[in-house]
Design a protein around this ligand. Structure first.
Ligand code: TYM
Length: 343
C-alpha cells in the first residue's frame, strides 16, 4: 500500500515541463494505482509566498491551478486534491522539523544557492544584497518535507529539480527518527519517484530547464497557448546543425529536448521515438512535435476553459479536499506532538 504525495505551486499557467513533469504523470499514477494506494495532490500556496505575490493574482492562481489539476484528469473521488494553505498541520509540522534541521543542510540546497548567487554584488562577491532574501526562501525545503511527512508518504513523484528536496526530506525524517526512536520510528522515509520526462528544457536555451520565471516567453509553452503560438515557439526552438536526428542529451540538448517532448506526448520511450526520426531532418521533427503538443493540450485545455467558470464547484472540491487532508494528517501531528513532549 503506497501513499503518493506531490505538490505544485500556484504560479501561473503550467508549462510543458510542469505538465509532463508533474500533472500528466499524476494522472497516469492515478490510473495505474492499486486499489489500496492513496494519492494526494496539493496546490502549495505557502510555497508561492517565498517570492513577492500580488494578493489578487495569487488568489486567482490558486483557483486556476485547482481547475487545471481537475482538467487534466485528477479525480477528486479517487485522489485527495487540496490547497496546502488550508491545512495548518503542514505549517505546524514545518516548525517542529525546522528545529531538527541544521542550517548547513539548507545552505547546500541548489535552489537557495541560485537565489544567493543572484543577490551577490557583481563587483564585490563578498557582498550580498539580502533585502530580497526572505527567511522563507531559505526554509522552504522544510515546509516541503512537512507536506510529505505529514501523510506518511511513501512515494513522491517529481521532476529532477526537486530531487535534492526529497533527499533532504528523507534526511530530516531520519534525524527525527533517531532523536525519538521509541517505541518505533514515527516518520516514513519517502522514495523519490522521478517522472519519465524529468527535465524539459527551455526552447531557447537548452542549457537550462523550462521555467515559469524565465524572462523570454518564447522559452516555454503553457497549457493555454493557442495552436499558432505553439507552432511559432516550436519552429523557433534552438536545435543544432547536425544532419539527421539522434537522442544525445549531452551533445544535442535542443534536439533531444524535442524528442523528449514528443515521447511524452505519444507516451512512448524516447529511444523508440528517436529511432523513427533517425534519417529525418529537424523540420520534420518540429512539425510532428507541434502537432503532438497541440493534440496533447487540446482536451485538458477545453476542460480547463469549462471548469474555470465553475467557481462554486471548484470551491466545493477544495473544501472537501482540505477536510480529508486535515483528517488524514491529524493523527500524524498528534503522534509527533506526543513524541516530542507536547500535549
Ligand atoms: P513547482 O511548482 O516548481 O513544479 C511542479 C512540478 O513540476 C516539475 N517541473 C518540471 N519537470 C520537468 N521539466 C521541467 N522543466 C520542470 N519544471 C518543473 C517539478 O519537478 C515539480 O514536480 N517545491 C515544489 C512543490 C512542492 C512539492 C511538495 C512537490 C511543495 N511541496 C511536496 C512534491 C512534494 C515546487 O516548487 O514545484
Amino acid at each position: 500500500e503506497r501513499v503518493i504525495f506531490s505538490g505544485i505551486q500556484p504560479t501561473g499557467i503550467p508549462h510543458l515541463g510542469n505538465y509532463f513533469g508533474a500533472l500528466a504523470n499524476w494522472v497516469k499514477l492515478q490510473r495505474d494505482a492499486a486499489p489500496d494506494d492513496e494519492l494526494l495532490f496539493s496546490v502549495v500556496g505557502w510555497h508561492a509566498l517565498t517570492l513577492p505575490q500580488d494578493p489578487q493574482a495569487l488568489l486567482a492562481a490558486r483557483t486556476t491551478m485547482m481547475a487545471l489539476i481537475l482538467a487534466v484528469g485528477i479525480d477528486p473521488k479517487r485522489s485527495i486534491v487540496f490547497h496546502q494553505d488550508e491545512v495548518q498541520n503542514h505549517t505546524e509540522l514545518a516548525w517542529i522539523l525546522s528545529c531538527h534541521t541544521p542550517i548547513g543542510k539548507l545552505k547546500r540546497m541548489t535552489t537557495w544557492k541560485t537565489r544567493l548567487a543572484v543577490s551577490r554584488n557583481a563587483n564585490d562577491e563578498s557582498e550580498i544584497d539580502d533585502s530580497l532574501l526572505n527567511a522563507g526562501l531559505f526554509t522552504y525545503p522544510i515546509l516541503q518535507a512537512a507536506d510529505v511527512l505529514a501523510y506518511g508518504t511513501t512515494h513522491v513523484p517529481v521532476g529532477e529539480d526537486q530531487q535534492q528536496h526529497i533527499e533532504l526530506t528523507r534526511d530530516i525524517a531520519e534525524t527525527f527518527n533517531r532523536a525519538y526512536p521509541l517505541p518505533s520510528p514515527l516518520l516514513t522515509l519517502p522514495k523519490l519517484m522521478l517522472t519519465p520526462s524529468k527535465r524539459i528544457l527551455s526552447l531557447r536555451d537548452a542549457s537550462v530547464k523550462m521555467s515559469k520565471s524565465a524572462i523570454d516567453p518564447n522559452s516555454r509553452i503553457v497549457l493555454t497557448d493557442s495552436a499558432d503560438i505553439i507552432r511559432a515557439r516550436i519552429r523557433s526552438a534552438t536545435t543544432d546543425s547536425i544532419q539527421g536526428i539522434t537522442y544525445d542529451p549531452v551533445e544535442r540538448p535542443g534536439t533531444s529536448n524535442l524528442l523528449t517532448i514528443l515521447a511524452a506526448c505519444t507516451d512512448e520511450d524516447v529511444s523508440t521515438v528517436a529511432a523513427r526520426y533517425a534519417s529525418k531532418n529537424h523540420g520534420a521533427l518540429k512539425a510532428d512535435v507541434t502537432d503532438a503538443v497541440i493534440e496533447a493540450f487540446k482536451a485538458p485545455r477545453a476542460e480547463f476553459e469549462r471548469l474555470r467558470e465553475e467557481t462554486a464547484y471548484l470551491q466545493q472540491i477544495a473544501e472537501e479536499g482540505a477536510l480529508k487532508a486535515r483528517q488524514r494528517s491529524d493523527a500524524m501531528l498528534a503522534a509527533v506532538r506526543k513524541r516530542i513532549g507536547l500535549s
